[in-house]
Write a protein that binds this ligand. Structure first.
Ligand SMILES: Cc1cc2nc3c(=O)[nH]c(=O)nc-3n(C[C@H](O)[C@H](O)[C@H](O)COP(=O)(O)O)c2cc1C
Length: 307
């Protein structure tokens, strides 16, 4: 931010950001360039990319819920070749680091994608979307199992020297064991977390509101659960955490940082207000001024417990 007296810079596992605010994968696109200066973002995170072109799920793909939304977009994609030739280069003019989010049907495919993306000098870090369903078609995500998470991250670690951010799923009984598995396999950072598996029914038509029946819940309804997950994960890992889920304001971002996050991602808020991330940045700065915080890192994990 402009105020030189305040340090907003954070390190998310070897990748230094000028500030802790970045978009969540899939909620950001080049059309926002007209409204916000991308150079002001801590990082640019692109929609998850797959190896081959995919159509995505059947409509309707989104529906509103109280204090949130359900989406089942299904990762429509033009494939990795198009992505590296067209999407990635279009962001290289910005000085904010670029994070590629990868989605795949198997562990080997994740590793292959990571290997291909690693060759691009325009990509600064890799986010592993291990929260998507796996090949067996049983609806389970890779990130629901600690052993699968470990093997997946380890295989990706072997083929890339770029920082790895592992995006965890909240749809697990014990997120701590998955977080530890990712860290032990060599992940540099964790994203806590992807969306919550959810369902909504139109009582008049008696049909699910989402074409794919179930989808992922995001938005402010999820924030208290995400804050709890960040806190729990921060108790067991030593790598930085990116908080993601329901950040609508600067205070939401601060809350996640107090719980243990080093940075935050903003998703649903971008659909409500195109320049939400810039407003959130300003609100973080105001909070820092109000409490005379000179360095944003001073608040990471500083929730006061038992005093
Ligand atoms: C329309 C939409 C598309 C999304 N696409 C992706 C995606 O491609 N990859 C991914 O990892 N997460 C995806 N997400 C999840 C977001 O990155 C984020 O984890 C989630 O929205 C929670 O943050 P929020 O409450 O701030 O929206 C998507 C979310 C929405 C609403």
């Amino acid at each position: 931010m402009k105020n030189a007296a305040v340090n907003m810079s954070v390190d998310i596992g070897g990748l230094v950001l000028k500030n802790p605010v970045m978009p969540a994968s899939g909620t950001f696109g080049p059309e926002m360039e007209k409204v916000i200066d991308f150079n002001r973002l801590g990082a640019i995170v692109l929609k998850s990319i797959t190896m081959f072109p995919r159509a995505g799920n059947s409509a309707p793909r989104v529906c509103e819920t109280p204090a949130g939304m359900i989406n089942s977009i299904g990762i429509p994609s033009k494939g990795i070749e198009y992505y590296l030739e067209n999407s990635v280069p279009s962001y290289s003019k910005y000085d904010s680091p670029l994070i590629s989010s990868l989605s795949a049907d198997s562990i080997d495919e994740f590793a292959k994608l990571a290997e291909i993306v690693t060759k691009s000098n325009d990509v600064d870090a890799i986010e592993l979307n291990i929260s998507c369903p796996n090949l067996k078609g049983n609806g389970l995500a890779f990130g629901m199992d600690a052993d699968i998470t470990f093997n997946l991250v380890k295989k990706v670690r072997a083929v890339t020297d770029k920082p790895i951010i592992t995006k965890l799923t909240p749809n697990v009984t014990n997120i701590q064991e998955i977080a530890v598995a990712a860290e032990e396999a060599g992940s540099d950072c964790l994203n806590v977390a992807n969306t919550f598996l959810a369902m909504s029914i139109d009582v008049h038509t008696r049909k699910p509101k989402i074409g794919n029946i179930m989808g992922g819940l995001s938005g402010p309804a999820t924030k208290p659960i995400i804050v709890r997950l960040i806190y729990q994960v921060s108790q067991v890992v030593h790598i930085p955490i990116i908080g993601c889920g329901g950040v609508m304001s600067g205070e939401d971002a601060i809350e996640m940082m107090l719980a243990g996050a080093t940075a935050v991602q903003v998703g649903t808020a971008n659909f409500i207000q195109l320049d939400a991330m810039i407003r959130i940045l300003k609100e973080i700065e105001s909070y820092m001024e109000q409490y005379q915080i000179k360095d944003i890192r001073e608040i990471i994990g500083q929730v006061v417990i038992n005093q």
